[in-house]
Design a protein around this ligand. Structure first.
Ligand code: GLU
Ligand code: ZN
Length: 492
């Protein structure tokens, strides 16, 4: 078998969309599985809509996700000459022709065929011009487009889609489509094929929104005497109302950048996106890179459209809950050193980073993350919900305040008293702290849970968290005493 060569050819007209990222990921997986090449090609032919920022955003997004490419980025505009040359060659071989029909003429024909309820395709006026007629039009300097001459034959253009099975379309249903505009610019259908031939692409894995292009592109491959690649069309990603997800209707949640800003672990997003359109055939949902490469096959790409389960009206979830759950899974299970590197960036951004976390406080830092990560869903949670571990100015949760603190006004005095007990301990370890807290509760005549939960509230700002006796020791006597002694500020 020849080398597998796949490509991701985004049009740089916006940010990297999660649908685009999914396309890139599936192609990349296929290349990695077969030790092939993954080629990045920027389809910047639409000069008006293509932007530098968009190109940078796409490259950044892929890099952040860990999707590395072997060749490129190539830029389609660098190959415009090849696209035109291919069109000229087809003209010379009688496989394409210049069409001089004006917009007005084409419109009038459309109206007429519509009235007659005939096929709306181009009627082929210029296909049958004699050499003299053609020369006369050229002499007049009439503008022209180049149309592909769809073979006039019975039967169908057909191919075997790796996902959808046999796809066919009757020749008579395909019109002589335009491949070069009157301003001399090639169209996507042509450029894309010429580039794929030059780049020796063996497999084209792309969205079902391109299905109608594929049969026409196969005709171009045939006309250019090139080998037709394998096609695999992926399902679309729809929202709960079965509409395509888009920036216009869903906002920023469709951009890869959004997930980065929300504190996603890149591989967690890759894992989620792969499952949006592919399944392993069993109930596994979490995959390492190696496992995914091993399990991935084109045949297991789903036929039916994927549903992106996002409810704008549920404030608990800022995106598909499954994505959040997968992210939380990685947050809980990745080696703590890896989490440490990722959280470091978050802390730096939030101005909560202390260089000692890379030095003498490294173990404390990693232990902190390990103690608190079980309840978190994103990397951002470490700087928001986990802020009390890294700064003294943290907010207290509403529930912690009302339920664990204000409910017992005497805590205002009790917590500083508890601090005194801690101050008097010869050693500040888990057992002596627990002993002191229990004795203290008994003396003031309340359940130990009352001063303990109140301590949690003033030390972490949260209702729930790691075991309090461990936490006292972890935070250190000084910090614990300081926060217990200043409990009064919550009662004013
Ligand atoms: N530039 C096209 C797009 O972004 C590429 C389609 C293809 O894979 O052929 O949709
Ligand atoms: Zn014409």
């Amino acid at each position: 078998m020849s080398e597998v060569r796949v490509r991701f050819p985004p049009s740089p007209t916006g940010y990297l969309h999660i649908g685009g990222a999914r396309t890139a990921i599936l192609n990349w997986l296929y290349a990695r599985k077969y030790n092939g090449k993954f080629i990045l090609r920027i389809e910047d032919t639409d000069a008006e809509r293509s932007t530098r920022e968009s190109i940078e955003g796409i490259l950044d997004g892929l890099t952040w996700l860990g999707i590395d490419w072997d060749e490129g980025p190539y830029f389609q505009t660098d190959f415009a000459d090849q696209h035109i040359a291919a069109a000229e060659k087809m003209i010379a071989e009688g496989k394409a022709y210049r069409c001089y029909c004006t917009k007005e003429e084409l419109e009038a024909k459309r109206e007429a065929t519509l009235a007659a309820k005939q096929s709306l395709k181009y009627d082929g006026t210029c296909r049958n011009l004699t050499a003299e007629e053609r020369a006369a039009k050229e002499a007049k300097g009439l503008p022209s487009v180049i149309r592909f001459k769809v073979p006039e034959k019975d039967g169908v253009v057909a191919y075997e889609d790796k996902v959808l099975g046999r796809i066919e379309r009757r020749y008579v249903d395909i019109e002589d489509f335009v491949i070069v505009r009157s301003n001399g610019k090639p169209l996507y259908l042509l450029s894309n094929v010429v580039d794929d031939i030059r780049d020796r692409i063996t497999h084209i894995i792309r969205g079902q929104d391109h299905l109608t292009n594929t049969t026409r592109q196969i005709l171009l491959y045939e006309a250019l005497n090139a080998q037709i690649p394998v096609f695999a069309h992926m399902p679309l990603t729809l929202d709960l109302n079965k509409a395509k997800i888009s920036k216009r209707s869903h906002g920023e949640i469709v951009a890869v950048q959004f997930y980065r800003a929300k504190g996603f672990i890149p591989w967690a997003l890759v894992n989620f996106l792969v499952l949006l359109g592919w399944s392993p055939g069993d109930d596994r949902e979490i995959f390492t890179k190696e496992e995914l490469i091993e399990a991935f096959t084109l045949e297991r790409i789903n036929k039916s459209h994927a549903i992106f389960n996002y409810r704008k009206d549920d404030p608990k979830f800022f995106t598909d809950p499954k994505a959040i759950n997968i992210n939380a899974h990685y947050l809980r299970t990745l080696p703590i050193a890896e989490i440490g590197d990722m959280v470091k960036k978050e802390l730096q951004e939030a101005h909560l980073w202390d260089d000692a976390y890379d030095g003498e406080k490294k173990q404390w830092y990693l232990d902190t993350l390990d103690m608190i990560r079980d309840r978190f869903h994103t990397l951002k949670d470490f700087t928001t919900l986990g802020r009390a571990y890294f700064a003294d100015d943290f907010a207290i949760e509403e529930a912690a305040l009302n339920k664990n603190l204000l409910k017992y006004p005497e805590l205002k005095n009790w917590l500083p008293m508890l601090a005194d007990r801690f101050a008097a301990l010869p050693v500040f370890d888990k057992d002596s702290v627990e002993q002191a807290a229990r004795v203290f509760a008994e003396e003031i005549g309340v359940k130990p849970g009352i001063p303990i939960n109140a301590s949690r509230a003033v030390i972490t700002g949260l209702v729930k968290g790691p075991s309090m006796f461990e936490l006292f020791v972890h935070m250190g006597r000084d910090k614990v005493m300081e926060r217990l002694r200043s409990a009064g500020k919550y009662f004013v």
